[in-house]
Design a protein around this ligand. Structure first.
Ligand SMILES: Nc1ncnc2c1ncn2[C@@H]1O[C@H](COP(=O)(O)OP(=O)(O)OP(=O)(O)O)[C@@H](O)[C@H]1O
Ligand code: SF4
Ligand SMILES: [Mg+2]
Length: 323
């Protein structure tokens, strides 16, 4: 698969009075055409900040991309100014489905006009045409009676239907890359499953690449071709989903895997990774995972392990993989 998105050594830092949070600290990955990459990790590991950096939207004014490269189809996005990002990239080539649909929807405008807004803004349709295109997108995300419901307002939709509307807005301008940030975490379980099926079929129909952000390794493994695991602002392991699931090389990934509920161990207590994610203002020396790692040695406490290529696209940053 040719790389549509190529992120190299991305660094996004947040400058606070108390210090600097290195929210994204040297992240590299590629995403192929029509490929799905899962970005997983615990709360605070830098997943959202990675997604927002790709959109050119680190939290202002404290957040800034301080280094690295983000290439979409060969175009360097970090060199574009805000106007070029807003006019040509965001919503047009890259779109995001966020966790809370209400933050993406305006309560005072009808659903139809909101889905038509990016179509009009990017000059893909005007007036009645734009509204018809919006209705087609609402049908694509399986909003029943889309033509009638386009006249309704967000509060007249259920949570699951609102999330579908946000998905329709995201795909309205046929973006090459979709970023979905925990899109199902506000939904109940049955609706979550339906929404995941919908994302899968949207991707098949549109051929868009998908960066799927989640803290749930099980969800990522079922949906994604490949998975990148983040810890404290870095990617610590990347592999295709089957390899990551059957043969994780990083103790953190192994811990995430052991924390997954499994049918055969339904009655046993679930394993959870001991300790808490590190304070981002005072990251541990060496390997940031060492205070929680059952295999930590003096070397781990002193030296940061580099990412090592284990073959077949499997890479991991852990001294255990040194031969
Ligand atoms: N607006 C902000 N101001 C200051 N620090 C922030 C801000 N947003 C995020 N951070 C910090 O940046 C780091 C990465 O945050 P990020 O939101 O990317 O994590 P995440 O992996 O998406 O977590 P979650 O699973 O909770 O969504 C964290 O240490 C977080 O506290
Ligand atoms: S480098 Fe050391 S501390 Fe870090 S994950 Fe590997 S064994 Fe554990
Ligand atoms: Mg997040």
């Amino acid at each position: 698969m040719a790389a549509l998105l190529d992120v190299q050594d991305l660094r996004t830092h947040i400058f606070l009075k108390r210090g600097v949070v290195k929210a994204v600290d040297g992240v590299s990955f590629t995403l192929g055409e029509a490929e799905t990459l899962g970005l997983i990790g615990e709360s605070g590991s830098g997943k959202t900040m990675t997604g927002l950096s790709i959109l050119g939207m680190p939290p202002r004014p404290a957040g800034r991309i301080v280094g690295g490269s983000i290439r979409l189809d060969g175009e360097e996005l970090t060199e574009l100014d805000e106007r070029a990002m807003a006019e040509n990239v965001r919503g047009r080539k890259i779109a995001m489905i966020s966790q809370d649909p209400m933050t993406s929807l305006n309560p005072v405008f009808s659903i139809g006009s909101q889905v038509a807004a990016p179509i009009r803004a990017h000059g893909l349709g005007t007036g009645r045409d734009a509204l018809d295109m919006a209705i087609t997108e609402l049908e694509r995300v399986r909003v029943p009676s889309a033509r009638d419901r386009a006249r309704d307002f967000p509060h007249q939709f259920s949570g699951g239907m609102r999330q579908r509307v946000v998905a329709a807005m995201a795909i309205a301008c046929k973006p090459r890359l979709l970023i979905a940030d925990e899109p199902t975490s506000a939904l109940d379980v049955t609706i979550q499953v339906q929404f995941m099926d919908l994302i899968e079929s949207i991707q098949e129909e549109t051929g868009a690449s998908l960066l799927f952000i989640t803290h749930d390794l099980g969800v990522a493994a079922s949906l994604c071709h490949r998975i990148a695991v983040m810890y404290a602002g870095r990617i610590v392991e990347t592999a295709d989903s089957a390899t990551l699931y059957s043969n994780p090389a990083h103790p953190y990934t192994q811990g995430l895997l052991e924390s997954l509920p499994r049918l055969e161990s339904r009655r046993k207590r679930l394993f959870s990774i001991g300790g808490a994610p590190p304070n981002p203002l005072e990251l541990p020396s060496g390997c940031s995972f060492h205070p929680r790692c059952p295999h930590a040695t003096d070397r781990c406490r002193a030296e940061e392990p580099p990412l090592k290529d284990l073959g077949g696209g499997h890479i991991a940053a852990c001294w255990l993989n040194e031969d």
